[in-house]
Design a protein around this ligand. Structure first.
Ligand SMILES: [Zn+2]
Length: 312
C-alpha cells in the first residue's frame, strides 16, 4: 500500500510539474519549494478531505498551495493548469500591499488558468509526448470545437442566470413565495430549458447549485468565460501568432509571458479596465474573441441550421 501511494504521488507530482513547465516556459518563476512540501496533491489516507480542487495563498507572502486529489486523467490534468493560474496570480502580486492582493475584478482570477488551458492544443500535447501526431481533419476540428463550445459557450447563459436569481432575492424582486417559480422562469429565459414536470414551491431547486446555499457570487464565472478568450487572443497576438485562433498555443513564448506576467503583477492595484487595456488594447469586455475562436464551428452550424429557426 505504501508503495502504491508513493507511485500515485509521483504521478500527481509529474503532472503538476508538467503544468508548472508551461508557466516557466513563459518566463515565470518556478513554484517555491514550500509548494512541493505543503500542497495536497493526492487524497490522504488517514483523514477525510474535500477533494474539490482549490488554490490557496496562505500568508500573502509566497506560501502558495493547491488542494487536489489528482487522478491520472485528462480532466485532472487540465484542472492543475487552471489551479496554477490562481497560484501564479498570487505569486505575481505578493509584492503589493495586502489590499491590492486580489484579482483585477472577480472574473480575472478564474480566467488566468483557463487562458493557459486554451493553449493546450493537440500540437502542444503532441510536443510533450501525450498524444500522437494530430490529424487536423475538418471533422476532428469540428468535434473538438463542439466539445469546447458545450463547455464554454453553453455555460454563458447558465453563468449569467445564477446571479440574476440571487440578486433578485437580495433586492426583494424575487420573494420567498416564488423562489422556485422565478428560478425556472430564468432558466427558460436564458437557457431555454424546462423541467420534465411542473415544479411547485414545495421544491427549492436553486439549492441544488452549490454556490446558492454556499453564498458564493457567480458572475465571476460568467465574466471569466468571456475574459479568458480576450486574454488568449491578446497573448497569441503578442506571440506573433498568425492563423486560426483555436490552433494557437503561446507555450514557450517569452513576449506573451512578459505581457501576461505584468498584468498579473498589477493585482487589484488599479481599476480593472486599465489592466484589461494594458493587455488587450481595449478596456471593454468583448465577446468577439469567442467568435474568433469558434469560427470553424460557427460556419459549420450555419450550414447545418440552414432553413431552421433556432431559439425558443
Ligand atoms: Zn478556479
Amino acid at each position: 500500500m505504501r508503495l502504491e501511494r508513493e507511485a500515485d504521488l509521483a504521478v500527481a507530482r509529474g503532472m503538476t510539474e508538467r503544468a508548472e513547465d508551461f508557466y516557466t516556459s513563459l518566463g515565470m518563476p518556478k513554484l517555491p519549494a514550500s509548494f512541493w512540501d505543503k500542497a495536497q496533491l493526492v487524497k490522504p489516507r488517514d483523514r477525510d478531505v474535500v477533494c474539490h480542487a482549490s488554490a490557496w495563498d496562505m500568508n500573502l507572502a509566497g506560501d502558495v498551495r493547491i488542494k487536489m486529489c489528482i487522478k491520472p486523467n485528462e480532466e485532472d490534468f487540465t484542472t492543475i493548469y487552471h489551479e496554477l493560474g490562481h497560484v501564479y496570480y498570487y505569486l505575481a502580486y505578493n509584492d503589493l500591499p495586502p489590499l491590492f492582493q486580489s484579482g483585477a475584478n472577480d472574473g480575472f482570477h478564474e480566467a488566468i488558468g483557463d487562458t493557459v488551458v486554451l493553449s493546450l492544443t493537440p500540437d502542444y500535447l503532441h510536443s510533450i509526448g501525450l498524444v500522437g501526431k494530430p490529424r487536423q481533419s475538418d471533422q476532428a476540428v469540428i468535434n473538438a470545437q463542439m466539445r469546447m463550445a458545450l463547455a464554454k459557450v453553453a455555460f454563458l447563459p447558465f453563468g449569467l442566470m445564477i446571479d440574476r436569481w440571487r440578486w433578485g432575492v437580495f433586492d426583494g424582486s424575487i420573494t420567498p413565495d416564488r423562489y422556485n417559480e422565478a428560478w425556472w422562469a430564468l432558466k427558460a429565459q436564458y437557457q431555454g430549458v424546462a423541467p420534465v414536470q411542473m415544479r411547485g414551491e414545495d421544491y427549492f431547486d436553486a439549492g441544488a447549485k452549490y454556490h446558492v446555499p454556499g453564498n458564493t457570487p457567480y458572475t465571476r464565472y460568467f465574466l471569466a468565460h468571456i475574459l479568458q478568450f480576450q486574454f488568449y487572443r491578446a497573448l497569441c497576438d503578442a506571440a506573433g501568432y498568425q492563423g486560426p485562433l483555436h490552433q494557437c498555443s503561446f507555450y514557450g513564448n517569452k513576449e506573451a509571458g512578459q505581457k501576461f506576467w505584468s498584468m498579473l503583477k498589477k493585482g487589484q492595484s488599479q481599476p480593472w479596465p486599465e489592466t484589461l487595456k494594458e493587455l488587450t488594447g481595449s478596456g471593454e469586455l468583448d465577446a468577439t474573441a469567442i467568435l474568433d475562436y469558434f469560427a470553424p464551428l460557427q460556419a459549420w452550424l450555419k450550414e447545418q441550421n440552414q432553413g431552421r429557426s433556432c431559439g425558443w
